[in-house]
Design a binder for this molecule. Structure first.
Ligand code: HPA
Length: 279
């Protein structure tokens, strides 16, 4: 079965469960940030295991379902948890839910993650707008035959993180009481955290943040011409900065502490997107 056919099959099933809800905005909720999906009004919850071709994450802090509902009058499709490359899936599988949301009509994505802070000006708990990325996965999600019905063979990535959405997010941030900074996100395969030497290398390469997700999803969304806003929650200072060991428990704990400001920011972003006519 081709990727295109898998997308059609899965999309038909998701659509049949939505009772006419038509999401305009796709939301990917990273480690420890998934609880936002519980705030959606009039929501339909679809566990990934019930959806054809969706892989299920086994990582603690990732619930594994698609939740479609309303926030401040905007219909959003939220991925409460995602699967990662390090779990053993190909990047076509990792990015499959993004393809389904695109097929449902989503044209704007808000993609979030927990990240290590490489730039020493960043503090744990801080929310950062992603301005650009370094793809350091061993492959890209578009490797293999291209289906021109989805997008072009060689998609441009000059504005992979739409500048107008970063402006919109900064306005939303002000209303949420946040002065949002921007940074370059390095996407790495994981699952081991980086070594201190790797962090020094990444800093030299221009990275401010690092993590194990997001980049493949952003490439796929851009492949199909959608706009992306990327937000990192800095859950820890990157390896070697303080000398303390890194742990997933620290990542999810810090993300949970940032949750209140994260929810406020997302709500304000959705209000702005609603004004733009994305509702
Ligand atoms: N490195 C990679 N991924 C991460 C980190 C980190 O320090 N923190 C949260 N996700």
């Amino acid at each position: 079965m081709t990727l295109y056919d898998r997308i059609q099959e899965s999309t038909a099933i998701v659509r049949s469960r939505l009772g006419g809800r038509a999401p305009a905005v796709g939301l990917v909720l990273g480690s420890g940030l998934g609880a936002f999906a519980d705030t959606l009004v009039d929501a339909v919850r679809l566990p990934y295991e019930d959806l054809p071709h969706f892989a299920v994450s086994r990582v603690p802090g990732h619930a594994g379902r698609l939740v479609v509902g309303c926030v401040r009058g905007v219909t959003v499709a939220a991925m409460q948890g995602r699967v990662h490359f390090y779990e053993g899936h190909g990047l076509d599988v990792v990015t499959f839910p993004i393809r389904v949301l695109l097929a449902l009509g989503v044209r704007t994505f808000v993609i979030t993650n927990a990240a290590g802070g490489i730039n020493q000006a960043l503090s744990p708990g801080e929310l950062v707008l992603i301005s650009d990325h370094l793809n350091l996965f061993p492959e890209g999600p578009l490797r293999g035959e291209n289906d021109d019905r989805l997008g072009t063979r060689f998609p441009d990535m000059t504005r992979a993180y739409a500048p107008e959405l970063r402006d919109l997010a900064r306005r939303a941030g002000k209303r949420a009481g946040l002065d949002l900074r921007e940074g370059v996100y390095a996407g790495l395969p994981g699952p081991s955290y980086e070594t201190p030497a790797e962090i020094r290398m990444l800093r030299t390469m221009g990275a401010d943040l690092c993590g194990m997700s997001t980049v493949p999803e952003v490439i796929v969304a851009n492949h199909q011409g959608a706009r992306v806003l990327g937000i990192s929650c800095v859950t820890n200072l990157a390896a070697g900065i303080t000398g303390a060991p890194l742990s997933h428990a620290e990542v999810t704990e810090t993300a949970a502490k940032a949750h209140a400001s994260f929810v406020k920011l997302l709500e304000e972003i959705l209000v702005e997107l609603g004004k733009e006519g994305q509702g």
